[in-house]
Write a protein that binds this ligand. Structure first.
Ligand SMILES: Nc1ncnc2c1ncn2[C@@H]1O[C@H](COP(=O)(O)OP(=O)(O)OP(=O)(O)O)[C@@H](O)[C@H]1O
Ligand SMILES: [Mg+2]
Length: 266
């Protein structure tokens, strides 16, 4: 990074032009893996706008490009062509370290496999993103404890993943994702390794983060009853968006409840 460049996080913050401007805008996004005869086009021109505060479920058959899209959104991978604007900032124009900063500043990730460090306590797992940020230990402990409390696991802070159930491990992973107070939560099949009951508990938690804290959620799932928690459902088929529509049958908490709460608060 040169000394004249504006730090990315600041640039993204300043670029936020307020209501109406999508948080995320994809235009003509294509992704080709490999080259020559083995080249495979995983995405074939994806257009997508996501506004702050939305909860979007991404569905579609295996291999249709869902994870590829999530990886591009989170700055973990680069598109082969097309434009990705995050808060109005052209993500492709950023240097690698700037993209990493954008990722750490704005995104939280939750995966199917939890991805926790095995011999490390829940608290230390949750603290990890703050270690990467260079936060002092006292601030890290406090933030990690708060995040564990939000997912209902504070009493388990000292336990290692092996001492926790699958549902509890996923809660720790969610606490780790939100400890940095991200604006966007990217969840790729967060209930894929859980039984139905545990899956619904995780969904209630994710829905609360969306509705009560305003975290924008993009979640990949294969299950219709899990997608039912989202306010909007996007379906991928063969590297393209085949449908994109609001979910009138959204289950769980209703955004209206919050609207009422917000009105009361004013
Ligand atoms: N790193 C890679 N190298 C080569 N091909 C890849 C790579 N990552 C993904 N692909 C291919 O791109 C296509 C889309 O993959 P992607 O992981 O996005 O699918 P998906 O919709 O998430 O599927 P699933 O529901 O099985 O997770 C697949 O055919 C996959 O084999
Ligand atoms: Mg996938």
């Amino acid at each position: 990074m040169t000394s004249t460049s504006i730090p990315t996080a600041d640039r993204a913050e300043k670029a936020d032009a307020g209501p109406g401007v999508p948080l995320i805008r994809l235009r003509g996004i294509s992704k080709t893996y490999g080259a020559g005869e083995t080249a495979f086009q995983a995405l074939k021109g994806v257009d997508l706008d996501i506004h702050a505060g939305e909860f979007v479920a991404i569905m579609g058959p295996s291999g249709s490009g869902k994870s590829t899209t999530m990886n591009i959104l989170g700055g973990l991978d680069q598109p082969s062509s097309g434009r990705y604007l995050f808060r109005g900032v052209e993500v492709q124009s950023l240097a690698r370290d700037e993209r990493a900063r954008l990722r750490r500043r704005y995104f939280g990730f939750v995966f199917q496999g939890f991805n926790l460090l095995a011999r490390t306590s829940a608290l230390e797992n949750v603290e990890l993103p703050l270690v990467y940020r260079g936060e002092p230990a006292v601030a890290r402990h406090a933030a990690a404890q708060q995040a564990l409390e939000q997912v209902g696991l504070l009493p388990w802070a000292g336990h290692t993943p092996a001492e926790l159930s699958g549902g509890q491990q996923q809660r720790v992973a969610i606490a780790r994702a939100i400890v940095t107070q991200p604006q966007v939560l990217l969840a790729d099949e967060p209930t894929g390794n859980l039984d139905s009951q545990r899956g619904h508990e995780i969904m209630e938690l994710i829905q609360r983060l969306n509705l009560e804290q305003g975290i924008t959620v993009l979640m990949v799932t294969h299950e219709a009853d899990i997608a039912a928690y989202a306010g909007r459902i996007v379906r991928f088929v063969d590297g393209r968006i085949a449908s994109d529509s609001p979910n009138p049958d959204r289950i769980g908490l209703k955004p209206a409840r919050l609207d009422a709460a917000a009105t009361e608060a004013h």
